[in-house]
Design a protein around this ligand. Sequence first.
Ligand code: ZN
Length: 513
Amino acid sequence: MTKSDALRQNYNKLLSKSKEFILATTIHSLVEWDMETKMPPKAVNLRSQQLAMISQLEHKLSTDPEIGDLIEKIRKHPDYDSLDEVEKRNVHLIKKNYDEMTKLPEELVTEITRQSAVTVNVWKKAKAAKNYSMFKPELEKLVELKKKAAEILMEVKGTATPYDALIDMHEPTMTANMITKLFDELRTGLISIMKKCLASPKQPDESFLSRKIPVDVQQKISSSIAKIIDYDIDSPNAGGRIDETEHPFTTGYYDDVRITTHYFEDNFASSLFSVLHEGGHAMYDQNLRAEWMFQPVGTGCSYGFHESQSRFVENIFGRSREFWSFYLPELKKLTGKTYSDVTLDKFVHAINAVKPSKIRVEADEVTYCLHVIIRFNIERDLFADKITVAELPEIWNQKYKEYLGVKIENDSEGVMQDTHWGLGYFGYFPTYALGNIYSGQLLAKMQKDMPDWKKHAAKGNFQPIKQWLTKNVHSYGNLYDPPDLIKKITGEQINVKHYLEYLNKKYSDLYGY
Ligand code: ZN
């Protein structure tokens, strides 16, 4: 056996270990999907044991000391450079996950899991009671634990600050400094667009969006939207399905990627845009390179890049005038006489209405990122010990006044509206806005490569757009970190220019400013 054969053998062994871990995660998400969609109530106790067991298995598989040995042998092998780019990336990604999983003391991990469960449970009650002082002590404990973990991860990852280590878990190699610079510029641009829209005499009438559409009709709308974006839920070879849950989400891997939506009789647009959004996430996971299945490189690049795909399909395509010039007649057919009196102009303006609100998940395209920027600024300062958990409501309310001009009346509609912090998800929020920023850069590049994409959209033809996204985004999988991937695709560094240009053009047309 030559030296290189040994290298090859160790690499293959490492990959097969990684495959076991990936398979376990797919089982985990399937069991969770079932819990949200189909599980009968009596199964709760059995299900929690099943979930605990699969989590244990995942931990065991990903921290197997043999993985550490194999990584060492591979990286120190004199022929290491004979591995190609994809193989090296796989080794890098496995090492990164292994280091994260093994360097955190098991006690701390268990304590964080336990405290998150307590905190999110208290969060639900405190939110219902509009009482932050109930939530505060548990959140303080959780933040302290997360700070401890972040300090260890900072060492492992070599980041400049603990918060950067948390960002890196979601948006690899991005830092709070980079994001602050982007978000400061984005905030100024968004507030300017928002103010122009609000000052315009041309305001949308949204009243017709609350006309009742029965759930069975909305299900038909979901199917027709899925067909348009080529998300296959009904052919004999379908790799997707749509079910109903409280909050929409996407879960799955390659040939089995499922989405959920929520139907409101008096707000059909909510489900329609959820299907477009989640369908965008699903499209990414289903169109990764087939030959990379079960390899670490065979996954999306980052949370932010994932969000760029969902927001692209939901907003750039799904809320465009061109798409609705095709789809409004379809919608009218599906909904009987309900929308027969609504014109294209009125409809497109209504689904793109700019309304500063208190609640992130109800926000429009222009104000959405302002909600995210507020959360990012707070997290950053919290983890830098510049502010305390006790001060969060006051800072939150002041920032909502300053950025969005809205007055928060109580902490349930304020600092306690999202579940993320109660679950210990810090470093996650900024990825929502980064996704929008990427989507703007991708659009600018697509426009250059395919100037007539809007003509396709106006025929309800999503295929050329999907093919462009697959070639330029999906096919790279997790081969590069986000700053490198956006540069590779567009030739430019991450910047907010294109996203702001897209919004400015779209909203000046809509509002006539
Ligand atoms: Zn999303």
